[in-house]
Design a protein around this ligand. Structure first.
Ligand code: FSX
Ligand code: SF4
Ligand code: F3S
Length: 386
């Protein structure tokens, strides 16, 4: 191992030893080992999962036992999950699968102190639970927030609970006492669908509601791996992961969909689906001409897939719509037509990017867009002649 990896390894080991000493916060149906076994998942399957998760987190293979241990210790850290304005798809991405995945079992196993979709309490009792969780675990909980947050004069478009408290007030208060904060999904990371033009509720990303650092885990919804991986990374290191200009972890959002796509060979060969359902579609050709925005989108969908790795949008036959990018509802439309050489701006409210980096980003992506459109046009012409 490199020295740097050595240091990271011993830091993570120390951290896991410390966590081991903490009391287990929940009293569910046994240890994680028993829960996995009850769901028909062998130790061997679990270690294979740990190896895949370690690779996903861009850690060396020597970390596999540590990743497994981090998952086993996941119940030691309290997690508060808030819902703002959204469709609950982020939670569903994790919780809805035909059979429980290891990711969903681990999510179930964490010490989830508050999550409106899965908790039994409602009304006054739910509000009470939230307040006592924030008080009891002050400074020690992880906050995960799903949804955009109406703000300013429109703040009261989102009120939650019997006291009519606004989403912004709840998010602010919960962020105050959190040890780490994750914006789960594009709505919480960048405003999402409710912030699309004309943004009638003045919906904002979580990072605009609090002054504390927010790690963005976008996607509409993000994959279960990116959600659980974010948790495990924090359990292992208790520090911010390497982030890109939009505060997204680079282990998940460091590469473009287009660079990881299984249809990329067809793009390079100039083989395109011209219309949905045509012969090209049946042959699995590239979806650029029917609107795929993979060339402008940073995410790891093709590597990890959704629903326990069964599929992802491009595999299912529709182009990527750019759902992990800021303002994608406005900038990536029309979803079933190419952007071609239309100028595509990555600028998003100066979020996380200094002016120079932001400007460089715009120029690079514009050049990429023009190059891609030109390639698609020329390679198709050549193909047609053949
Ligand atoms: Fe829905 Fe989550 Fe999209 Fe938003 O996901 S899947 S609208 S990102 O906040 O619930
Ligand atoms: Fe894949 Fe879309 Fe790129 Fe084609 S344009 S190779 S379908 S990501
Ligand atoms: Fe979203 Fe594109 Fe992945 S639409 S789910 S980033 S393939």
């Amino acid at each position: 191992m490199l020295n740097q990896d050595n240091q990271a390894y011993s830091d993570a080991l120390k951290r896991l030893d410390e966590l081991e000493q903490l009391p287990t916060r929940i009293d569910k149906e046994g240890s994680i080992k028993e829960i996995l076994a009850n769901n028909g998942i062998s130790r061997r399957d679990f270690m294979k999962w740990a190896a895949a998760m370690t690779a996903t987190l861009a850690l060396p293979s020597s970390f596999v036992p540590l990743t497994a241990r981090a998952a086993e210790l996941a119940s030691k850290i309290p997690v508060v999950w808030l819902h703002m304005a959204e469709c609950t798809g982020c939670s569903e991405s994790l919780l809805r699968s035909s059979s429980p995945t290891i990711d969903s079992i681990i999510f179930d196993y964490i010490s989830l102190e508050y999550h409106e979709t899965v908790m039994a309490a409602s009304g006054w009792q739910a509000e009470e639970n939230l307040h006592s969780a924030l008080k009891e675990h002050k400074g020690k909980y992880i906050l995960m927030v799903e949804g955009g947050i109406p703000s300013g004069e429109s703040e009261f478009y989102l009120t939650i609970g019997a006291h009519g408290v606004t989403g912004a007030q709840i998010a602010r208060e919960a962020a105050e006492g959190a040890m780490a904060i994750f914006a789960i999904g594009t709505c919480s990371s960048f405003g999402g669908v409710q912030a699309a033009d004309p943004n009638p509720t003045n919906a904002m990303p979580l990072s605009k509601i609090t002054n504390k650092p927010v790690i963005n885990v976008p996607g509409c919804p993000p994959s279960e791996k990116n959600i659980v991986g974010s948790l495990l990374h924090f359990i292992l290191f208790k520090t911010l992961p390497a982030l890109d200009a939009y505060n997204r972890p680079t282990w998940a959002y460091g590469l473009r969909i287009h660079d990881l796509c299984e249809r990329r060979g067809h793009f390079d060969a100039g083989e395109f689906v011209q219309h949905f359902g045509d012969e090209g579609a049946q042959n699995g050709y590239c979806l650029y001409k029917v609107g795929c925005k993979g060339p402008y989108t940073f995410n790891n969908c093709s590597r990890l897939g959704f629903n326990d790795h069964t599929s992802w949008p491009v595999k299912a036959g529709h182009g990527c719509i750019g759902c992990s990018e800021p303002k994608f509802w406005d900038t990536m439309r029309p979803f079933e037509e190419p952007l071609a050489n239309r100028l595509y701006s990555t600028k998003f409210d100066g979020l996380g990017a200094d002016k120079t980096a932001d400007t460089v980003g715009i120029v690079l992506l514009s050049a990429t867009a023009i190059g891609i459109a030109a390639h698609a046009a020329i390679s198709s012409m050549v193909k047609n002649k053949e």
